[in-house]
Every structure is written in structure tokens, then in C-alpha cells.
Design a binder for this molecule. Structure first.
Ligand SMILES: Cc1ncc(COP(=O)(O)O)c(C=O)c1O
Length: 361
């Protein structure tokens, strides 16, 4: 629906109320190559759930929230989120990448945390209207984009362990440079676990990330960047802290199947499709730590890399297991470079999108 009411600061677009800031804080000179996820645009999208239904959504200036100290999110961790990116092409057109997948996933995460689903129409109306308002904030230099963070928290009060009756759904945006600027080194988990059978590993729940910080700090203190999590017996490789993981043994691409312990990454499924379309043999199967160690020793492990919205495609140069460091010999023609190019060319509207993944805003 078009604007039905306009005054100096307030516009009503269908049910969406928009209050704009008077003066943007955008500094175009420093828009590119900002530290990932550290600065935020002028506005946010917000919608609250009360009395069993979602209330009128708003776009309003980005500023601190007022929350009850007893809000359930602080005590029981009912919080889920998504990570997406908006890209701008050289005609100034804004694009998203498979946003329908994020919309479905945040609701799947919400369901697992006993939170209400956020309606699809509101998600897209809020997201697209916000992006149009913040269009000048989308950086265009190589590796830059507008990182988008939809999230939902339990904002209802009460310190008794039960699901909240009130929730707040928001979308905030952050102009961001590259997440990793170089190849990463990882530790394979031998003691700590990220997820459990029957747990919340497949949900993008805030607690999954908080619980990784301590073991990840230990890995960082030893000179590594991330942990590759393993199954409960630490026998099979699963995923990294913010990325799914791929292995190339000879010319076969291998990745673990998704499960209730692993996030069903959108980049992961896109890479599997790109690899198949490129004639590369793909195996989605359980992969043992010992298999990778054997392959690195006998020279058949050609590549290891992570995939994710933030990390895009990030090569892994070393892994450590049982206090031994293994270096992956560099190959000339890397699958990771090929997948990154095909993926980002689609995302930035530099190539034909034969998969139908690009979404025009
Ligand atoms: C734990 C975890 N695994 C995998 C991924 C990759 O998912 P996607 O490709 O949908 O961003 C992410 C998020 O980016 C993540 O947080």
C-alpha cells in the first residue's frame, strides 16, 4: 500500500509507522572497510508481541532500548537472530541473497525457543522499507556490504523460568567490511561441545554463541581463530563457530550433513548447488577427524574452508588436533576461490543468476 498519511517526520505505509531521524550520522568518507558489525545505521525496525499478537510495526531512530531488568531474555536466554547482507550493484540497485531462507530459519529458531513466529509479510515489509531508507549506508567496495541483523528477544518481565508473554522483534543494520581478512587457523574440538543431541545447535539461538566464547578464547590464546566443533564423542567434524565447513579430498568436496546439532547454513547449501552445477563431485556425509588427519599426511587433503553469510568463503590454512598442528599444502586452483567468485558475482549482480537466488529490493 502507498503512503496514506505524511507529515514532517511521520509516514504510515500500510501498518508500518515510520519516524525518521532529523539528520543522518552517515559519514560517506568512512563507509567502506568498517570493522564488521561495529557501527549501525540511523534507523531500526521494531515490532512487539503482546496479548497474543504482533502489534503495529515501526521504523524509528536507532537508539538504546528501555527494558525491564527482569525481562526474560536476560535471565533465561530466549533470544534468536539471523545474519543477512544487502549488496548494491553499480546501478545503485539493492539486492538480497535468498532472504526467504533467513525468514524461515528465524521462525524455526523461534519455535525451538518457545517464541512466537514473526509473520513473513511483516518481515519483508519491514526489511525492504528499512533498506530503502538506509540505502546510502550500503557500502560498495569489494568485500563490503550492509550486514543485516534481524533478531527477537523475550522482553516480557518476570524472573520465573517460563516462556515470556511479550517479545520484541527488531532489524538493525551495520555497514561492514570483510569478516576475515586472511586465511584462518582452527582447532578441532576434543573436550568442549557446541551442541548436543536433542539440543538447540540447529537454531540460531544467542546462547549457542555465548557458550562458545570461553573455549574459543582458549583457542585464540594458542594462536588460532576458531574451533571446528565435533560430535559428542569428538569423532566426527561438524561445523565452526560461525561457519559450516568443507573439505576437499583429491577433487571431491565433502561436508557434514546437517542435523539437530548443526546450523543449516544458506551459504553451505548454495555452495553444494554451485559445486554440483560446476561438475564437482560432492559428498554430504559424516567425516571423521582421523580421515582428515590421514588425508593431510598423505597429501590428499587439498583444501579446507568455511562458509557463511559473514565469512563468505574463508580458506583454512591450518588445523590443530591433540596439540599437533597440521598445515594444509596450498593448491594452485582452489575450489574456495571459485565458489567465492561465483557466489559474490551473483550477490553483487555481476553475473547471471541461474539459481534464482538474487532478490531485488
Ligand atoms: C554456527 C554457524 N554455522 C554456520 C553459519 C553459516 O550460515 P549461513 O551460511 O546461513 O550464514 C553461521 C552463520 O553465519 C553460524 O553462526
Amino acid at each position: 500500500m502507498q503512503n496514506t498519511h505524511t507529515n514532517m517526520e511521520t509516514t504510515i505505509l500500510s501498518a508500518l509507522k515510520i519516524k525518521k531521524i532529523k539528520k543522518s550520522k552517515l559519514d560517506k568518507a568512512t563507509l567502506n572497510n568498517r570493522k564488521f558489525g561495529s557501527t549501525f545505521t540511523d534507523h531500526l525496525f521494531i515490532c512487539t508481541f503482546k496479548n497474543g499478537k504482533w502489534q503495529k510495526p515501526k521504523i524509528k531512530p536507532y537508539k538504546p532500548l528501555k527494558l525491564e531488568p527482569s525481562a526474560r531474555v536476560f535471565h533465561y536466554g530466549q533470544a534468536v537472530f539471523e545474519g543477512m547482507k544487502a549488496y548494491k550493484d553499480n546501478t545503485d540497485q539493492i539486492w538480497l541473497f535468498r532472504p526467504d531462507e533467513n525468514q524461515l530459519r528465524i521462525n524455526a529458531s523461534a519455535k525451538r525457543l518457545a517464541m512466537p513466529e514473526f509473520p513473513k509479510e511483516l518481515f519483508f515489509e519491514g526489511l525492504e522499507t528499512l533498506l530503502k531508507i538506509e540505502r546510502d549506508w550500503i557500502p560498495t567496495e569489494d568485500g563490503n556490504s550492509l550486514y543485516i541483523r534481524p533478531f527477537m528477544i523475550a522482553s516480557g518481565k518476570g524472573i520465573f523460568a517460563a516462556p515470556s508473554e511479550e517479545y520484541t522483534f527488531m532489524i538493525i543494520c551495520s555497514p561492514s567490511g570483510k569478516y576475515y581478512t586472511k586465511d584462518v587457523q582452527v582447532v578441532i574440538a576434543e573436550y568442549y561441545s557446541r551442541a548436543a543431541n536433542g539440543g538447540v545447535g540447529a537454531a540460531k539461538a544467542a546462547g549457542n554463541y555465548g557458550a562458545q566464547f570461553y573455549p574459543t578464547q582458549k583457542a585464540i590464546a594458542q594462536g588460532y581463530d576458531q574451533i571446528i566443533w565435533t560430535d559428542s564423542n569428538h569423532e566426527y567434524l561438524e561445523e565452526a563457530g560461525t561457519m559450516n565447513v568443507f573439505f576437499r579430498i583429491n577433487d571431491t568436496l565433502i561436508t557434514a550433513p546437517t542435523s539437530e546439532r548443526i546450523l543449516d547454513g544458506i551459504t553451505r547449501k548454495s555452495i553444494i548447488a554451485i559445486a554440483k552445477a560446476s561438475g564437482i563431485k560432492v559428498e554430504v556425509r559424516k567425516i571423521k577427524v582421523t580421515e582428515i588427519k590421514e588425508a593431510v599426511k598423505n597429501g590428499t587433503l587439498k583444501e579446507m574452508f568455511g562458509s557463511g553469510t559473514a565469512a563468505v568463503v574463508t580458506p583454512i590454512s591450518h588445523f590443530s588436533h591433540q596439540n599437533t598442528d597440521y598445515e594444509i599444502a596450498q593448491v594452485k586452483s582452489r575450489y574456495s576461490d571459485l565458489f567465492k567468485k561465483i557466489l559474490t558475482d551473483i550477490q553483487y549482480n555481476k553475473s547471471e543468476d541461474k539459481f534464482g537466488w538474487r532478490y531485488k529490493v
